[in-house]
Ligand binder design. Sequence first.
Ligand SMILES: [Zn+2]
Length: 250
Amino acid sequence: MSQLTLAEQLVLLAELANLDAKARTVADKLETVPGAAKKADEAVAALKKQLEDAEAKKEAGEKARRTVEGELSDERAKIRKWESRANELRGEREHAALVSEISATKRAMHRLEDTQLEHMEAIEAAQKLGGELKGKHDKAAAHAAEEWKKVEADVAALKAEHDGYKASRKVLLEKLPAPLTKRYEQIAAKRAGVGVGLIKGEMCSACKRMLPPQMCMQIRKGVILEACPSCQRLLVHEAMTAAATPPTTG
Ligand SMILES: [Zn+2]
């Protein structure tokens, strides 16, 4: 598919490795530059979670309060019914039994009212906490927005730079034979993102080991494709890239 000589392929491969190194640096900066802003975002998220918890607690309290309210109103209705019946009852014993039933129900209602109070206190506490958290959350959100604003321009520039590398990379990948690219990427994935070792002198600059002089010469001539015997990275001679890369003055 590719009409390129091996030497030309190696030069392009070196360019690809160079691009990937630059892209990696930019990606690292994209992580670190907005560090304070990201941390501020985390603080906002933590407060939001606490705020949601307080709101959930308040809702649960209100639900429980409504349930008890329903029970109380049922009991009240029962008592009203019994009291009117008690007035109509003539039998002494039936009357006494009903009165005792009524007072037992009233005691139960007192317990329900105590529970009701507890729910109301819990609701109030959750509401107060929610209010405090809302204040803290809004302040933290404003702080995070400020932090992002500080780095906004830098982050945008870094993203543009990264996109530029991606575009250049695509152009290179279209030129290079796919099996070579695949091999490069497999090596890079295993070697901290660095898939090419430049030969400087007679040394692999990636792992700093000396290479056989004969091998260096053949690679420089572009007659063989070899991997470094020590680090397994694909070898490209620096003299080839220096000759191929046009000077970037201007
Ligand atoms: Zn090496």
